[in-house]
Ligand binder design. Structure first.
Ligand SMILES: *Cc1c(COP(=O)(O)O)cnc(C)c1O
Length: 509
């Protein structure tokens, strides 16, 4: 690496640069007699554990615990916490995951003792504030999406999808109409076919057109009396708005099917257009994507599901209901929904996510939400335009919240998409989503979100453009990346050759 490149990287500023990477375990640091507390001398009689606990509760196989001072423990955990990447450290362009900045106000509101200290089994009479917040959040989400009813039950996007397809199945079965298939575009997120398959449906892939859109003919050809519905993602995972959405809905409805919308990408549509108005019957929201709230590393999440009135009888229970004067005005949980698909988890789910989403929506208001969508779209198009100089853009046209690049043009350098992603870590960034969607060879899927400033976008674009130059001049540098992390590359050669997701739609059918 030349000196000027190294200076470039340092100017970009790796958050963890300069810190020692070696960190012994607390067990290795332990010193006999070191303590992390100070206590007044005992002024009551000492009690042995065997005097107060049943004999079979006592164990003698407990390993020695490390002995350390408080400051040693605090420094240990603080040091290793800085090895992790977080949206509070820098741009986190993980396409489709919408890793936007989470305003600290939401955190403060979620920590209000009335919310944070309430017990999940507290009776409704003592949870009126939480229930009111839930009822109002349902109304906001219905208004934002154009749906009639919303249930906050599902604990993640994937569970929202599961609930949505369960409702579609319940709807058909209630009418005595057994159908066996669900149509799913070949660019779909893996959770779509998973949700359909878990409901016993056969997944019929619909190929994406050459322009990255789902075409009415492709759906019409497959729309038979066996088709329970179409699962569509809008904007799709190529970052494109499905221009034929209204026509697609008409075709599926005419054949007796329903439309599921994977709403994970609602970020791009907030305040601009509504899935409900486009003809969608049921959709999920990812509160932990669109409405901020920290996520990643497996949760916690929240994936409410919204429906049109025809599906309302099948909503999961319990539902939050506003009670009239006769019952003592307030809110209660309603389990009386005879056709409900049932309960999806214990208690009310990850309620702190609901509080954060509520605070986010209330603090931005309708105009602020619309501005989020506008900025998210502007940022993605800005990056796409800057990166198109060095990276291949497989689909023409304006993107919505994210842009997808391919590895075409890199291939003759021997550098893979995985190499580019790993090298980005050296520049201080979390890599984008890679090798997804499956319809793009060696995809790099970049979602900057609305949180980034123009300067931040420029720095990120410059890092990727520098990596494209490195790919031509010094491919070995990329094969060995990352070079500045506690651990260098694990053996991911297999991942480099094929995508991790196994759902391989046969686009020839
Ligand atoms: C994130 C995502 C999902 C699944 O949501 P989870 O909350 O992670 O379960 C589904 N579809 C798309 C397009 C997504 O981006």
């Amino acid at each position: 690496m030349s000196n000027s490149q190294r200076t470039g990287i340092e100017a970009l500023g790796h958050a963890t640069r300069g810190l020692a990477w070696e960190e012994p375990l607390l067990f290795e640091r332990s010193r006999p007699g070191a303590v992390g507390y100070s206590q007044d001398p005992l002024d009551v009689p000492a009690v042995e554990a065997s005097d107060v606990l049943p004999a079979d509760w006592l164990r003698d196989d407990i390993p020695e615990l490390p002995e350390l001072s408080e400051v040693e423990v605090v420094r240990h955990f603080t040091r290793i916490s800085t090895w992790n990447y977080a949206v509070d450290l820098g741009l986190y362009p993980l396409g489709s995951c919408t890793m936007k900045y989470n305003p600290k106000l939401n955190e403060q509101v979620a920590r209000l003792p009335g919310f944070a200290a309430s017990h999940p089994m507290q009776p409704a009479a003592l949870s009126q504030g939480m229930l009111e917040l839930m009822a109002r959040l349902e109304t906001f989400l219905a208004e934002i999406s154009g749906m009639d009813r919303v249930s906050l039950q599902p604990a993640a996007g994937a569970q929202g999808e599961l609930a949505g397809i369960m409702m579609i199945r319940a709807y058909h079965e209630h009418r005595g109409d057994r159908r066996s298939q669900v149509l799913i575009p070949d660019s779909a997120h893996g959770t779509n076919p998973a949700s359909a398959a878990l409901n016993g449906y056969e997944c019929v892939p619909v190929p994406t057109g050459p322009d990255g859109m789902l075409h009415p003919e492709a759906v019409a050809e497959r729309m038979t009396p066996e088709v329970a519905g179409l699962m569509i993602t809008n904007p799709n995972t190529l970052g494109l708005f499905e221009q034929h959405i209204a026509r697609l809905c008409e075709i599926v409805h005419a054949g007796g099917g329903l439309i599921y919308c994977d709403g994970a990408n609602l970020n791009a549509m907030l305040g601009v257009t509504r899935p409900g108005d486009q003809g969608v019957d049921v959709m999920h929201f990812n509160l932990h994507k669109t409405f901020s709230t920290p996520h990643g590393g497996g949760g916690p999440g929240s994936g409410p599901v919204g429906v049109k009135n025809i599906l309302a009888p099948f909503l999961p229970t319990p539902l939050v209901r506003k009670t009239g004067e006769d019952e003592g005005a307030g809110y209660r949980l309603d389990y009386e929904l005879p056709l409900s698909i049932g309960r999806l988890h214990g208690n009310l789910g990850n309620v702190a996510m609901l509080v954060r989403a509520f605070a986010y929506i209330r603090s931005l208001g309708p105009d602020g939400l619309r501005r989020c969508a506008e900025m998210a779209v502007l940022n993605a198009n800005y990056l796409k335009t800057r990166l198109a100089k060095s990276f291949h853009v497989p689909y023409e046209g304006r993107v919505m919240h994210e842009c997808v690049l391919s590895d075409q043009g890199l291939e003759d350098t021997g550098v893979t998409t995985l190499d580019v992603a790993k090298r980005l870590i050296d520049y201080g960034y979390h890599p984008p989503t890679i090798y997804f969607p499956l319809v793009v060879h060696g995809a790099l899927m970049i979602e900057p979100t609305e949180s980034e400033s123009l300067e931040g976008l420029d720095r990120f674009a410059e890092a990727l453009l520098a990596i494209a130059r490195e790919a031509r001049e010094d491919p070995a540098l990329l094969h060995g990346a990352p070079h500045y992390t506690p651990r260098s590359r694990l053996d991911e050669t297999r991942a480099a050759r094929r995508p991790v997701l196994r759902w391989q739609p046969d686009s020839s059918s």
